[in-house]
Design a protein around this ligand. Structure first.
Ligand SMILES: [Zn+2]
Length: 239
């Protein structure tokens, strides 16, 4: 194939640019962040659900505590009223007995309430500490996710920048390579996984390592400085 030294140099630059571009593209695809972020999100969703569950239990317990405390306040008021009535009806034996019985019932109920409230208070403390723990887990996972997302963005931006840089360098090199060299190069690049240029290494192609048979070799050498490997169809540079 016909090629000037300038064109061959452009082809070699093109190969270098394409290698960089391909590496950057593969690196973007193999960034581990996507999978890690998905894992963290999953864990966070689980922790969030647990926290919500614990908080619902806490809200219920607090409601119960409010009911107990309202009842206790009401009883306290009633006790005072009943005591006042007892003071009023002094001498009315029956009324005093009945009111005293009421008062006794109220006192007993308030004792029960005090006991239940004490138990519930401890329980609320425990639930609060579990909720707090769950909140901490969610916060830790959230901050991990933010950090990883940030890293992912930075890495992706860096690689995309490299790709854009390679694309622009490529455009200027492509102008220097004429047909049919360029089409042969592009076809080999596509077919051979990103390596389109090989060198004649004694009797072999440096890329596919196949030996080129004697007659073909003579012909290839006549085509110097550039031919094509009969095996892999890459462009073959002959020194
Ligand atoms: Zn080859």
């Amino acid at each position: 194939m016909q090629a000037t030294a300038e064109q061959i140099q452009a082809l070699e630059s093109l190969q270098d640019i394409d290698r960089r571009r391909l590496r950057a593209r593969m690196e973007v695809e193999s960034l581990p962040h996507g999978k890690k972020i998905a894992e963290i999100r999953h864990k966070r969703a689980q922790a969030d659900a647990k926290r919500a569950q614990v908080e619902a239990i806490l809200a219920k317990a607090e409601e119960q505590m409010n009911r107990y405390s309202e009842e206790d306040e009401q009883l306290e008021g009633k006790q005072r009223e009943t005591q006042a009535k007892i003071n009023e009806v002094q001498g009315d034996y029956r009324s005093v007995t009945s009111l005293t019985r009421d008062l006794d019932g109220m006192r007993k109920r308030r004792e029960t309430l005090e006991f239940e409230m004490g138990k519930l208070d401890k329980k609320i403390e425990e639930i609060r500490s579990v909720a707090e723990q769950a909140g901490k887990v969610v916060a830790t996972l959230s901050s991990q996710e933010t950090k990883l997302t940030e890293q992912f963005r930075t890495e992706t931006a860096r690689l995309q920048n490299e790709i854009a840089q390679a694309d622009s360098e490529r455009a200027s090199q492509v102008k220097l390579v004429h047909e049919p060299l360029l089409s042969t190069y592009e076809a080999a690049l596509e077919r051979c996984g990103g390596v389109a240029i090989a060198k004649l290494d004694d009797t072999r192609c440096s890329a596919c390592r196949n030996v080129i048979e004697a007659n073909r070799l003579l012909q290839i050498k006549r085509e110097a400085p550039i031919s094509q490997c009969p095996h892999c169809r890459r462009l073959l540079l002959i020194d």
